[in-house]
Unconditional design. Structure first.
Length: 305
């Protein structure tokens, strides 16, 4: 149904773009923007073919950016555009870093830096959407004036806070050599903490899942450490009723690998492989990618340990 709506809307615009007259073209763009901005990334996240999504996303992302040039004040379109950049930057760029034999190789570093750029681009689109809802909040968040900035938000802003925080945290994890970005980790965690305060079970424990590698990388002074990572892992599994493979892969690659605990690493990844991709249809893509990653990591365990 969603794909059909996209096809009809795009065909509608292409037809009217052939007709001379700026007012008609603006009307056509407005109709397409209205149709797409009512939708979200579910078109992609429910897919079970990662290759199909990876091939389709770049065109879709650029199309949304083109629409934003015409409709820069569309809050929903900013959010969706940001979500697509985060989806692509994390699932199809950042996660490919562990396919490299040498994580310090120039090729791997280039992939990490590209992922960071895409994720921060997505973050900024989402924050611009949030800023339209609460003027000045984007500048407040980026300057570190977090308490007063986030005091403006309400539970209705949860989706914006989640995706901005998710993008920020993933960007930090993608390029550990960027110390300036790492020093802003408190801003990413503040956004995600705000989501937890509003709804701890948001998106079947997705916030807890994000916190697993983030806490594993952060020092105790910033609320990180192994215990914090494990606490979030337990909550992530509980919120998803064990139906998401991501938390198992996250703990394996952040805590178990860091401790050189091959047994726990293997046990966690085997639990990820046991997850049914169809148990949560809206997370079919994420589960499929996480399971493929778990299998790849197990195949290369000798290289990692």
């Amino acid at each position: 149904m969603v794909v059909k709506k996209h096809v009809v809307a795009i065909s509608f615009v292409l037809l009217f773009m052939l007709i001379p007259g700026c007012s008609i073209q603006r009307f056509a763009v407005g109709q397409l923007t209205k149709a797409l901005s009512a939708d979200d990334a579910a078109t992609f996240t429910g897919e079970d073919d990662p290759q199909l999504v990876r091939d389709a996303l770049p065109f879709t992302m650029k199309m949304y950016e083109t629409l934003l040039e015409q409709e820069p004040g569309n809050q929903r379109l900013l959010l969706i555009t940001g979500k697509l950049f985060v989806l692509y930057g994390y699932e199809f760029v950042a996660l490919t870093a562990d396919t490299f034999t040498d994580p310090k190789s120039p090729e791997c570093k280039a992939v990490n830096k590209r992922a960071k750029k895409l994720l921060l681009r997505g973050r900024d689109y989402v924050l611009k959407g949030l800023d339209l809802r609460h003027p000045g909040i984007m500048a407040g968040i980026k300057s570190g004036d977090l308490n007063s900035a986030l005091a403006k938000t309400t539970p209705a802003d949860t989706e914006y806070l989640f995706w901005a925080g998710c993008a920020w945290a993933a960007a930090i994890g993608s390029d550990r050599s960027d110390l300036g970005l790492a020093m802003n980790a408190n801003r990413a965690t503040a956004l995600l903490d705000k989501v937890l305060q509003s709804n701890e079970n948001y998106s079947n424990g997705a916030v807890h899942e994000i916190f697993i590698p983030l806490c594993a990388a952060l020092p105790l002074s910033l609320g990180g450490g192994e215990k914090a990572a494990r606490d979030h892992f337990t909550k992530a599994v509980s919120c998803s009723e064990g139906k998401k493979a991501g938390p198992y892969v996250a703990l394996a690659t952040s805590v178990a690998l860091k401790k050189n605990d091959r047994k726990e690493f293997t046990d966690l990844l085997e639990k990820a492989l046991a997850v049914d991709c169809n148990s949560l249809p809206e997370y079919r893509l994420q589960n499929t990618i996480s399971i493929e990653r778990a299998r790849r990591l197990l195949d290369h365990a000798d290289r990692l340990f």
